[in-house]
Design a binder for this molecule. Structure first.
Ligand code: ZN
Length: 397
C-alpha cells in the first residue's frame, strides 16, 4: 500500500528533534550538536520514507477495517506476547491466535486473594492443558508457592515442582509482587526477593537455562499521593490492598527493587525479565542504568504502554533503538475462568492494534485524553521487540 504519512505529525516530530535532543541518541558524543541533529533527521526521514511495515492508519480506534489492516501488519511479524494470564480457550480464541500468527507466554501467579489463583496445582494443570490444545501458540511460565515460605521444606519443594514443570515444557518461572509487599516471615518482616531461601531456586532456574520473570514492587503511585492522572490509579481504587502510601513500616519501593537488583548481581548466569518495565515505569534513565549494569536483565512492556505513551517521544524512540535487544513486547491481557470470550477477543485485538499503531506507525493516537503520535520504529527494531528478543531471552518459546 502507498505510504501516506501525514505531514503534520512528521513536521511536528522534526521540530521536536530539532528543539530537544534525546538522551539516548546515536553513539556520536564527540560530534557537534548540529551534526547529530542532522544525522537524527536523516535517520528518521530514511525510516519514514522507506517504511513498508504498515499501512497508514487514522485516529479512529472504532474503525474495524483499519484495525484489521493494522493487525495484519502485526501478524506479519509472527509476534510473541510474553505476558498474558489465560486460563481457558475456545475455537474463536484459538482462531485468533492462528490468524495473528501469535504466540503467548502464559504466566502463573499465586495470589491468595483470588480463589482460583490460590491453587497452584489447578493452575498448572489448566495451563498445561491449554498449552497442549494450542498447537504451539501458548507456552507456560510457571511459578511456585511463596505462601509456603515458612515450611522447612519450602526451597526443596519449590525446586522439585518447577523442575517437574520444566520437564513438562515450562520455559520460565515467575515471582510476583507478593514477595516484597505481602508475605512476611516468622519474624514478621516482609520477605524480599534476595532472601537466602530463594537462592537455590534461582540457581536451579539458571542451571536449567530457564528465565526468571520478576514482577517486583508496583508503579510509583502506589507509594505516592492519590493521582487520578496516573495510568495505574484506577487499579489502586479497585485493589486498595496494593495501595501502600502512608503505611507505617511498609518497605519502600527502592528497598524492594534493591533486593531484585541483588538477585541480578548474585546470579549473572540467570536471565531475568523485569516485567512492567522492571517497575521503573516513569524513569527511562533508571531503566537504562539497569540495562547497562546488568547484562542478564531485560524488561517487558506489559500493562505499562500508557506510561510509554506519555513519555517524551523522541527520548523514548531513541531509548528503544539503543536498547532494542533488551525490550520484550507483553500486554498483561487476561482471560480468567469467569471471563466472557467475546469481550476478551475484542480486548486482545484492540490492545494489539493500539500498541502496534503506537510502536510501528506514525498514526495520531490519544492517551489519557492527550494527543500523541506513533513512534514509527524501524522494522528491524520491531522484529526484535515483537519476536526475536522473546526467543533470545526466553529460550524454548
Ligand atoms: Zn501480569
Amino acid at each position: 500500500m502507498p505510504l501516506a504519512l501525514s505531514r503534520g505529525p512528521l513536521q511536528r516530530f522534526i521540530f521536536r528533534v530539532r528543539s530537544e535532543l534525546p538522551d539516548y541518541g546515536m553513539p556520536m558524543k564527540t560530534s557537534p550538536r548540529t551534526s547529530l541533529t542532522a544525522a537524527l533527521l536523516l535517520a528518521f526521514l530514511s525510516v519514514a520514507l522507506s517504511s513498508t511495515a504498515q499501512a497508514p492508519v487514522s485516529a479512529s480506534p472504532e474503525n474495524a477495517a483499519e484495525d484489521a489492516s493494522v493487525l495484519r501488519a502485526f501478524a506479519a511479524l509472527h509476534p510473541i506476547d510474553v505476558h498474558v494470564h489465560v486460563f481457558k480457550t475456545n475455537p474463536q480464541f484459538q482462531a485468533m491466535l492462528e490468524r495473528l500468527n501469535l504466540k503467548l507466554l502464559n504466566i502463573l501467579v499465586m495470589d491468595d486473594t483470588l480463589s482460583y489463583r490460590k491453587q497452584l496445582q489447578k493452575q498448572i494443570d489448566d495451563a498445561q492443558a491449554l498449552v497442549q490444545s494450542s498447537h504451539g501458540h501458548v507456552a507456560l511460565c510457571t511459578t511456585f508457592d511463596p505462601y509456603k515460605f515458612d515450611s522447612p521444606s519450602f526451597t526443596a519443594d519449590a525446586i522439585k515442582q518447577i523442575d517437574r514443570d520444566f520437564a513438562q515444557g515450562a520455559v520460565a518461572v515467575k515471582i510476583w509482587k507478593n514477595i516484597g509487599m505481602e508475605i512476611k516471615n516468622s519474624a514478621g518482616q516482609y520477605i524480599m526477593a534476595d532472601d537466602p531461601k530463594f537462592e537455590p531456586i534461582y540457581q536451579d532456574i539458571a542451571s536449567h537455562g530457564k528465565t526468571l520473570m520478576t514482577h517486583q514492587a508496583e508503579p510509583d503511585v502506589a507509594w505516592g499521593p492519590p493521582d487520578a492522572a496516573d495510568p495505574s490509579w484506577s487499579y489502586y481504587q479497585e485493589n486498595p490492598q496494593w495501595y501502600v502510601a502512608n503505611r507505617p513500616g511498609f518497605p519502600s519501593k527502592q528497598k524492594i527493587l534493591d533486593a531484585r537488583d541483588h538477585v541480578l548481581a548474585n546470579h549473572p548466569n540467570l536471565r531475568m525479565v523485569g516485567v512492567h518495565l522492571g517497575s521503573m515505569e516513569r524513569d527511562l534513565d533508571n531503566i537504562a542504568r539497569h540495562l547497562d549494569q546488568y547484562p542478564n536483565f531485560a524488561i517487558d512492556t506489559a500493562a505499562r504502554m500508557d506510561y510509554l505513551m506519555l513519555m517524551p517521544p523522541e527520548k523514548l524512540r531513541a531509548f528503544l533503538i539503543r536498547y532494542q535487544d533488551r525490550v520484550l513486547y507483553g500486554t498483561d491481557l487476561d482471560l480468567p475462568p469467569e471471563a466472557d470470550f467475546s469481550d476478551a477477543l475484542k480486548d486482545f485485538q484492540s490492545t494489539y492494534a493500539r500498541d502496534w499503531k503506537f510502536l510501528a506507525t506514525s498514526a495520531p493516537l490519544s492517551v489519557n485524553g492527550k494527543p500523541i503520535h506513533g513512534l514509527n520504529l524501524p522494522r528491524s527494531v520491531l522484529e526484535k521487540i515483537y519476536r526475536t528478543n522473546a526467543l533470545h531471552w526466553i529460550p524454548g518459546l
